[in-house]
Design a binder for this molecule. Structure first.
Ligand SMILES: [Zn+2]
Length: 271
């Protein structure tokens, strides 16, 4: 375990001990396994008053079910946790004081519905899930890092944004994703274009906005079962050796968190 990973796990352990909503979401569980949202006309996102606007910033995966492993063998969960925490801080300092960081634990699939419940029961106005990207296993190559056989793929890089047409606020979710995407683009960052390629197989997605990289992903429970507008951000690829270094840097983390907060701020002003 790397030192960074040890620190992250320690930090997370202390948060988990004091948190009330501790659940997990894997990325792509089948939506049909779960009940449909009870309310047809959710109250969320009707208007936006910053201090009252309840944003849930969801840390993708859990310490037990940590998502992807980076090119240097650090778990995705740690990357997600750092960035989500920074996004939460940026939102709060921008006036969104009701923003909440959602850190969860346990195994991936059984806790999906609980993660959604945490957002729905807390009557979130906005759900933002933070992840870092990898590639399908068949694209992985091997290298040696710190004496250990490790896996990487330098073929793709960039961030991407996902929304679900099954979300009751699909149009609103898409609008927010576009605003965040534009902010990221304005910072000189590029989006991951590979999701339309045949090589992605079952991970192929429909590109809804070719300018800023918003994709449709209906199979994601956290997007389709939340009763608020919901967006999932893949902030960058940690299986790409160069981009992993960037994603680990405070400079890049600042840029991305700032762009997300600016996108949410613009979204709020337009409502
Ligand atoms: Zn993930």
């Amino acid at each position: 375990m790397s030192r960074a990973r040890g620190i992250i796990i320690g930090l997370v352990a202390s948060i988990l001990l004091s948190s009330s909503a501790l659940v997990d979401a894997g990325q792509a569980a089948a939506v049909r396994r779960f009940a449909k949202p009870k309310a047809k006309s959710p109250p969320s996102t009707a208007k936006c008053e910053k201090p009252k606007f309840r944003i849930v910033v969801d840390v993708g995966h859990t310490p037990d079910s940590y998502g992807a492993l980076s090119a240097r063998n650090d778990p995705e969960f740690g990357f997600n946790f750092h960035l989500a925490r920074l996004i939460t801080a940026k939102l709060k300092s921008a006036g969104f004081v009701a923003t909440r960081l959602l850190v969860t634990d346990g195994k991936a699939r059984p806790s999906l519905v609980k993660r959604v419940s945490a957002a729905n029961d807390g009557r979130a106005d906005l759900f933002l899930s933070v992840h870092h990207d990898a590639v399908p296993d068949k694209l992985l190559e091997t290298w040696e890092f710190e004496g250990a056989k490790s896996y990487f793929s330098d073929r793709f890089s960039g961030h991407s944004l996902f929304v679900s047409e099954r979300n009751p606020h699909f149009a609103t979710s898409l609008m927010l994703a576009r605003m965040i995407g534009r902010q990221l683009r304005d910072q000189g960052l590029h989006y991951a274009s590979q999701y339309t390629m045949p090589v992605m197989g079952r991970y192929r997605r429909q590109l809804l906005d070719k300018d800023v990289g918003v994709y449709r992903y209906d199979g994601l429970v956290v997007l389709s079962q939340t009763r608020s507008a919901a967006v999932l951000l893949e902030a960058g690829s940690i299986i790409n050796r160069e981009e992993e270094m960037a994603m680990n840097s405070p400079e890049r983390q600042e840029v991305i968190a700032g762009a997300v907060a600016a996108g949410v701020g613009e979204f709020c002003e337009r409502r």
